[in-house]
Design a protein around this ligand. Sequence first.
Ligand SMILES: C[S@@+](CC[C@H](N)C(=O)[O-])C[C@H]1O[C@@H](n2cnc3c(N)ncnc32)[C@H](O)[C@@H]1O
Length: 441
Amino acid sequence: MTLPAGFITKYETLLKADAAAFLATFDASAAAGFRTNPLHEATAAAPAIPWSQWGHYGKVAGASLAHVAGDVYSQEPSAQFVGTVAAPKPGERVLDLCAAPGGKSTHLGSYMQQQGLLVANEINPGRARVLSSNLERFGLTNALVTNTDPAHLAALLPEFFDRILVDAPCSGEGMFRKDPDAMSYWTPSYSASCAERQREILTEAVKMLRPGGVLVYSTCTFAPEEDEQIVAWATQHLALSVLPIEKVAGIADGRPDWANGDLALAGTARLWPHQVAGEGHFVSKLQKAGSAAAARPRAVAPVRLNREQQRDFAAFEQASLAAPLNLPLTLNRDVLATLPTDTPALPGIHILRTGLTLGTFKRGRFEPAHALATALAPAAFKTVVAVSEDEFARYRHGETLSRPALTSKQTVLLTYQGRGFALGKAVSGTIKNAYPKGLRI
Ligand SMILES: C[S@@+](CC[C@H](N)C(=O)[O-])C[C@H]1O[C@@H](n2cnc3c(N)ncnc32)[C@H](O)[C@@H]1O
């Protein structure tokens, strides 16, 4: 791989004797990894990633059953250390401020076990849509997906969160092997402009953190300007102090000498591609001064359905679910969803997803959402239809299936090898295709 000359000189100067080993990694292939989904009790036989509870080395195809059923999330191995460091507890209020496409959010959700509130925000509208569908596939029911900039969110949610992740937009030097195009943006001054944006994002993020709360700041770049120097700046300007990160399996200390010399910076973590099997990451764990409970702004109240809506939703539950869901609900126009605990009112903010989308009220009936197929366990459905390998492929292509014994009108869960992957509409012995057009292959 031909690296920018300035990049080579920079890291020869910084890394000295280690530079040759570091630069040689750019001629090796990228390390691939994935995490299994503990919400689905999914497991995998592939070699474990030592710093990631659910992490494994290897590739999972996008068309595979494990991927389609939301049993796995593909994520570069070193990126998985970010979730390990953030490790939110069930019941906390957590913000992933720069969240798309959702690698870290799904990891945070794995720790939270569907309890508490995970706000996954993304500034870019297209990327926010991808984030939303990835969280749906993973089956998260306690996430709120927003599409706004940090300042707008900060104005509405002062001191609201127990834990915040800022996985910042950066110069992406750790992405060069996976995505050589990332190199085309590199100039000697690129890191300085990224750093300016990182300081702006952190300034807003800290406003949303309760006193005593924890903020994890990470990048996928090696540049000290965006790593230790940002943390040094944050400790000087934002009432944050460094909490030391426990290092395992070749993960290195941060470099105080690459910033202001503050020895606390050694408590940050660097994953170098010549020292661990991964692409490279920087991770820091910071705590806000003081101690206080999270603020309690106006929360969204659960919706009370009108008579027709109650009737249509109850008819769906009776025909298709093993038991009523019995969860707090929210209605956005005609779309019904579960309401995560503590969901705040966010006037003027574009919200793409609240909790688990259950479905849509159409004229005189309730149309269940595809999200149910990967979020609910098969036991939650009245009727589960196991399909063959051939039917699995045909259904995802958009075809109907024949099941002459299924005569009553109901929504069924389709499973392949025991994993739920789609809903279908059983009508007079045929399962009409309900696989979303955007997911068909
Ligand atoms: C490193 S990526 C996040 C990756 C994500 N955390 C994951 O694990 O899948 C950084 C994200 O920050 C977003 N971003 C760009 N500018 C931003 C800004 N000014 N404020 C907040 N987010 C921004 C980008 O669109 C991008 O999706």
